[in-house]
Design a protein around this ligand. Sequence first.
Ligand code: CTP
Ligand code: MG
Length: 238
Amino acid sequence: GGFAVVVVAAGSGTRLGRGIPKALVDVSGKSILEHSLERIEASGVTAAHGTWPAGPVVVTVPPGDTELTAVATRHGVRAVEGGATRAASVRHALEQLRSAGCSPRGVLVHDAARCLTPAAVFHRVAAAVAAGQGAVVPVLPVVDTIRRVDEEGSSQGTVDRGLLRAVQTPQGFSWDLLLEVNDAAAGERDERITDDASLVELFSEVPVRTVPGDEAALKVTRPMDLLLAEAILATART
Ligand code: CTP
Ligand code: MG
C-alpha cells in the first residue's frame, strides 16, 4: 500500500486548560480533530504519491472516549485507544495497523493539535519519503534568541540560532523503519523521545531529513494558540 496516516489525538490538553480532550475543543465551529481530518482528506496525501495505493488513516483517542471516536467514524477513519504518552499512542496505532495486515510503503505521524497544517506540508513530507528518505520532518527557523542555562538558571551562553529548527508534524517514515525503531524502543521511557524522528535517531542509523514546515501548522497548545488558529481561518488564503 501507499501512505498510512496516524493522527494522534489521545492527549488531555492540560495546557489548554479546557477540561476536555484538546482534540474536541472548538475552533471556529469545528473540533480540532475535525479540522485535522478534513485537511488530511482534502490533501489526498494517502494516495497521491507515485503509484502507491491509498493507505488507511488511524486516530488515537483517549481511553474511554466516545466523542472523538464518533468524529473519526463520521470521517470513515478507525479510532484506537491511545496510551499514557504520545509515543505509546503512536505505538498502539502502529500495532493496530500491523494486526490489521496493513503494510503501506510509508507512514505519516501527525499531531491532531496541528489542525490547520496546509496540504503542501503533507505533500512535501510524503514526497521526500516516496523519493527514498527514511525519516522526514517539517521544520521552521527559530525566531527567539535561545540561551542555555544551568540548574540555577544562570546563563551558559547563547546557542547559535542559525542552526536551530523547530520541528512540526506530519513526520514521514518508511513503514519498515518506523516499525523497526518502535520495536527497538520497546516502550522505553526516555526524555529525548518527544517525537517519532527522535526514535529514528536513537534506534537506527538512518538520517532524519528536514523539509520546510509552515507557520499555519502551529500546534494548538496554550489558550493564545486558539486565537491564532481562528485568525488564520479568518484570513482567505488558508
Ligand atoms: N497525544 C496522544 N497521546 C498522549 C499524549 C498526546 O495521542 N498520551 C497527542 C495529543 O492529542 C496531540 C499530540 O499528541 O495531538 C501532541 O501532544 P500535546 O500537544 O502535548 O497535547 P496534549 O498532551 O493533549 O496537551 P498537554 O500536554 O497540554 O496536556
Ligand atoms: Mg502533552
